[in-house]
Design a protein around this ligand. Structure first.
Ligand SMILES: Nc1ncnc2c1ncn2[C@@H]1O[C@H](COP(=O)(O)OP(=O)(O)OP(=O)(O)O)[C@@H](O)[C@H]1O
Ligand SMILES: [Mg+2]
Length: 241
């Protein structure tokens, strides 16, 4: 069953009199439980696509149906609510609140949802334990490594048990070993049934997924099964670890 259905999606950014067509007629659908990578050169529209799919930005033309809900024309408040229940989003730069400790960061989406404080704590604790941070719950981002911060961000993205996890270059700022740790977490979440959509520049990261959507100049130029070829030197590939 399709959890994401996009038809003729167009995104135009307007800056003064200048219009830039960042996405130019994208049609695709993603089934529940798939693990999909989005690839393509810089400026090809990957982040624009993710931000629209993640309800962080709105499309200009076309249609987007998320888990049966038509997204266009929704108010900001309705969009925020849909996002909170349907999507976990992981950014390259973690986007954690610096003044809050790990567990408070993870509790944030549950606060918006109005979950009672003791239940919130319990759920946040479980999410942090599931990403291997059971011992780091009261540290602030500044006291943590990049990989640990990204794991806090993943815990925050999964704490509300949203069906879709989206990540825009989540390992872009991390070393190889930490990248592998993060990819293992995504794989485990995928095995539990979460739909995963991940933007990456690295072909080796894409080998962890099932399907690769390639963008160029705001268009979807190919939609193929991911290469499961794990031969070669690179230690980021899943089969080698
Ligand atoms: N807020 C914005 N306002 C105006 N133009 C934008 C905005 N965001 C992106 N763009 C433009 O839209 C196009 C697509 O940008 P996007 O960020 O989606 O690319 P990308 O594929 O994610 O690139 P990268 O690999 O560098 O992250 C680019 O030409 C970019 O300059
Ligand atoms: Mg980008």
């Amino acid at each position: 069953m399709a959890i994401i259905e996009v038809e003729n999606l167009v995104k135009i950014y307007k800056t003064g009199d200048i219009e830039l067509r960042a996405l130019n007629g994208i049609t695709c659908s993603i089934n529940q439980g798939e693990f999909v990578c989005i690839m393509g050169p810089s400026g090809s529209g990957k982040s624009t696509m993710m931000n629209i799919l993640g309800c962080l930005d709105v499309l200009t033309f076309g249609s987007y149906i998320l888990d049966g809900i038509s997204i266009q024309g929704q108010s900001r408040a309705a969009l925020a609510d849909i996002r909170n229940h349907k999507i976990g989003f992981v950014f390259q730069g973690y986007n954690l609140l610096q003044k809050a400790d790990a567990i408070e960061n993870v509790e944030m989406p549950l606060m918006y949802r109005g979950v009672a404080s003791s239940k919130r704590r319990k759920m946040a604790k479980e999410a942090l334990e599931s990403v291997g941070l059971g011992e780091q719950m009261y540290k602030r981002p500044v006291q943590m490594s990049g990989g640990q911060q990204q794991r806090v961000a993943i815990a925050r993205a999964i704490v509300g048990k949203a069906p879709v996890l989206m990540a825009d270059e989540p390992t872009g700022a991390l070393d190889t070993k930490t990248t592998v740790e993060i990819m293992r977490i995504f794989t485990a979440l995928h095995e539990e049934g979460t739909t995963i959509i991940l933007v990456t520049h690295e072909p080796d990261i894409a080998t962890w997924s099932q399907r690769v959507l390639r963008f160029r100049d705001g268009k979807l130029i190919s939609d193929e099964e991911a290469s499961q070829d794990v031969s070669g030197e690179n230690e980021i590939k899943p089969g080698i670890i």
